[in-house]
Structures are given as structure tokens and as C-alpha cells.
Design a protein around this ligand. Sequence first.
Ligand code: MN
Length: 417
Amino acid sequence: MKLMKSWVKSANSADTQFPLNNLPYGVFTTDKLEPRCGVAIGDMILDMSAAEEAGLIELAEDPVFDVPYWNDVMELGPEAWVALRARLQQLLAEGSAEQASVAPLLFPMSAARMELPMVVAEYTDFYAGKHHATNVGTMFRGAQNALPPNWLHIPIGYNGRASSVVVSGTDIIRPNGQTKAPTADTPSFGPCKRLDIELEMGTIVGSASELGHPVTVAQADEMIFGYVLLNDWSARDIQAWEYQPLGPFQAKAFATSISPWIVTRAALEPFRTSTPEREKELLPYLLEPKPMLYDIALSVTMQAEGGEVKTICETNYNEMYYSAPQQLAHHASSGCAMTPGDLLGSGTISGPEKHQRGSLLELSWGGQEPIDIGNGQTRSFIEDGDTLTLHGAAIGDGYKIGFGTCTGTIKPAIKFP
Ligand code: MN
């Protein structure tokens, strides 16, 4: 696959995250416009509501783009998604007969504010990265018991909160919570002292599944609308005290950030790759009929207030042990119904090397080895005023499929009670 040329000049640069090959979906607003659906092309955003009103795009009888979410488009199903992408590429391709009609509907990205791209129906977070699970398990339970006995058979997950999913750029308030230091006799309540990130991909489910009915891994893949970057902010001290026996609760419930652009499955198609070799044979309902992971380069930068921007992690989505379709098939295997707008976190994406660890817990090895963030400063966990940013792109031949960024700055805890 090569760069597809557009008449939007900035979309043809080798540096752009949003060439014609990408066309990710977001929700934007400007000083004059109500929030509405938009598509990124180069450094511009196509106003989908205006394009629909002008009759340039007709996906359904009723308008679907004049609203601040893509859920209506998701509900039209995979055939409509394919038709929409084909029509957008036709309108925006070099030599398009409709260039003159489309050009006035483009807004500079620099003048737009991005909102959440969809109504998040429900949020589930997995724990499907083997390097991460091994690292964390080693710290919490020792190297002999790092991976629990179920790990190589099940994509482990927990049901999270949709109410605290926020778009990139939203400030994050340090959570309060109950903790107990290993040496303390009694627990205490107050601001989290071990605040962390988790570098993850978010999968957005576009098609529903029926209550009581499982789906195959192949069907699960077809149900996926697209992918975003996801930061599963984590309070490690709260987590360590509360997590047994039912898993994370308040430690993960206060905030989850996602990048504003949904990168479609179609845009990622040239970057499909297989999950790593299985260490234990999977049960048939989890077998993949074809490669279901993607080669997506990922990194994390950290910046103290007024400090330099320092890269603290570089890894790849292809390090995951379970793919998103496997996770989705497992999620529906009991008959749990999936809904358009459901968000699935992949689990922290760490690689085998030290610089590939996708959380500060791993990078600083539980606080024992603070990391250098420049200007003579070090960190084991996040301090107030720090900004953490996730970056991601699939790198093609002379072009890339970018995800934009997923960023958040930590604000001090609320004084409570
Ligand atoms: Mn997580």
C-alpha cells in the first residue's frame, strides 16, 4: 500500500498523521459551530454535518452526522462503514470532480476543539499484555507466581466505568482513596501517592451482539468500528489494598483518557499481524482465523510542569498476547450483550525490553528505580502538574496512519473530607 494522494495538500506530506489512507472519525467544535462529526484529512477537518446537508454524503434517510457522536453511524453496520469510506476517498482524492463543493467544508484542525468521538456505552479493561502481566505479577507475587494459572487461557478483564472516560486534553484530578502501607496496622484515606499511567489501545465496538448469544472471533473482528489510544490512569496504592478478591475498583474508576480520532479497521488493514506463538493451546472459541493484531508503533512522553518533554517508553501494539477480536469474543462468550459505543481497553502494552514498559510501575520497578525525566528530575510515579502523553502510528511505505495524541495533566487532589 502506498500513499493515496489528496487535493488537500497537507494530506500528502510524509509527516502527516492523517493522509487519505487514514480518514479517522472525530467530533469537533469551533467558536461558531455546535459539536458535530468530522473527518481528519491532513491538517484539516471535513465538517460531515455540512457535507451531509449539501447532499455530498448520504448514508441514511435521516441525518447521522449533525450530532456529537458516531454511534448512529456505527448502528448502520459494516456495509455502511465501507460505503462511507469509499465515498470520502472519492470526494477527497486528487482530481475529484467535487473538490470545489467540498473545499469550503474544511476547517483548520488548529482552530477546532475535539470532544469524545462517541457516547461511551460501557467500558471494559483487559489485562492481555504478557510482558506487563509478568512484570506486575513478579512485583506483587514473586517471579514463581507472576502469571496466574488462568492467564494463558483467558483474556483477563474487569468491567470498568464509562462515566469517567474523557477525551485527550482533559485535566485529571488526583484521586483520593483508601490505602494501607504494608507496614501500617490500619488503613488511611487521602490523595493517591502512586499515580500511574497504562499505555493501551482502545477498541470501539460498532455492532451489537444479542443477549444470550456468543460471537466467533471472526464475527467479533467484523463488529469492530475502530481503534483509539487509551490511557488507563491507575492509582497503584489504592489498587494494591482493594484488588483482592474482585479486582480493581476505585483505583481505575476515576479517569480513562482516549485520543479523539477513531482510526478505522479499514485504515489499519495493511498493518495486520499475528499474535505471538501460543504457550498453551487455546480453546477453540478463542482461535484466530487470520492475523488480528496490528503493527502500531507506540510511545509515551512525560513532562513536568515547565520541564522538557521526555520519551519514557517506546513499544508496539504487536506485543499483545490476545487480540481485540479474541477479547471481544471472550467478552460475549457467556452471552453478555455488546453495544455500539462499547470501549475495550487492551491492557497495558509493554515489550520485553526495559524501555518498552507501558507503565511507571514497571519503568521504575515499583519505585525502586526512579526514571530520568530531564532537567535533573526523576520520577517513580506521577506528581501534580506532570503531563503524560501517548503517541501512536502505523508506519507504511511513505505514509503513516496516525492516532494523534492522548494527553492529560494531573491536578491536585480535592481536599476531602
Ligand atoms: Mn488497564
